[in-house]
Write a protein that binds this ligand. Structure first.
Ligand code: ADP
Ligand code: MG
Length: 247
């Protein structure tokens, strides 16, 4: 029997008066590639922050790798929705990737040989090795996203959580990023938040649809009725080569 890596049991979270999530029950098994979709403000980023232990639910429990979420964050890799660092800051790709080792490194005097080896490995895997000495100000959107994925990987996480990883990059590069995530999923569990339900259905093994509550939690087929109940309107699905239907 497989062990769940993430379990949310009757979880509710509010920011003051604003209820972001209500009574969420969700289980993610080891090795899954889970997509989380839903409208803006539906609670997707809040869900990831609860899993990371950055927020605590007012009710319910979040269990990650068998422990309360806040104790497990060392084993999680996270690519946030909004990049909080200043892109003009004079820092190279290698230095940015190494930041992901801050939680792991035993050395008080900078990074050790193992940290560097892990960083090089993550950069080779994400195909940014040649950019190691490049300042991050001189990267394309797709390259920067790979740097952030490499930074999330150097801590050798068991689960990788990504919040809208392709929101600001062009569709051709989006395919490359998702192909990379698919390869990563051969060894680790991946949870990806996306606005693009049609596109990600090509990659994911399961989808959770969030709009304050968990509207649907399907195993494979995404139907028009599900999309309608999620977004409250009839959406026309265009141009994606998937099994979607809007009938
Ligand atoms: P999504 O990522 O799906 O767009 P969020 O999780 O960011 O949704 O937000 C869910 C709800 O919580 C929204 O109504 C949003 O306005 C609200 N919210 C998010 N962050 C904060 C915050 N720091 N303070 C107050 N309200 C917030
Ligand atoms: Mg969000």
């Amino acid at each position: 029997m497989s062990t769940p890596v993430i379990t949310l049991d009757k979880v509710s979270f509010s920011y003051g008066e604003v209820t972001a999530l209500e009574n969420i029950c969700l289980t993610v098994e080891a090795g899954e590639f889970l997509g989380v979709v839903g409208p803006n403000g539906g609670g997707k980023s809040t869900l990831l922050k609860l899993i990371l232990g950055l927020l605590k639910p007012q009710s319910g429990t979040v269990t990650v790798l068998g422990t309360p979420a806040e104790s497990a964050c060392r084993h999680l890799g996270y690519v946030p929705q909004f990049i909080r660092f200043d892109r003009q800051f004079p820092v190279t790709v290698l230095e940015t990737v190494l930041q992901g080792r801050l939680d792991c490194t035993k050395s008080l005097f900078g990074y050790n040989a193992e940290d560097r080896e892990r960083a090089f490995e993550a950069m080779r895997y994400t195909e940014i090795f040649d950019l190691a000495q490049r300042p991050i100000s001189a990267l394309s959107g797709g390259q920067l996203q790979r740097v952030l994925i490499a930074r999330a990987l150097v801590g050798e996480p068991e689960v990788l959580l990504l919040d809208e990883p392709t929101a600001n990059i062009d569709p051709k590069v989006e395919v490359d990023v998702f192909d990379l995530l698919k390869r990563l999923n051969e060894t680790i569990t991946v949870v990806v938040v996306s606005h693009d339900i049609g596109f990600i259905s090509n990659y994911i093994s399961r989808v959770a649809c969030l709009n304050r509550t968990l509207v649907c939690h399907a195993t494979s087929h995404i139907s028009g009725a599900m999309i309608e109940s999620l977004y409250g309107t009839s959406l026309r699905m265009v141009h994606h080569d998937t099994h979607l239907s809007t009938t």
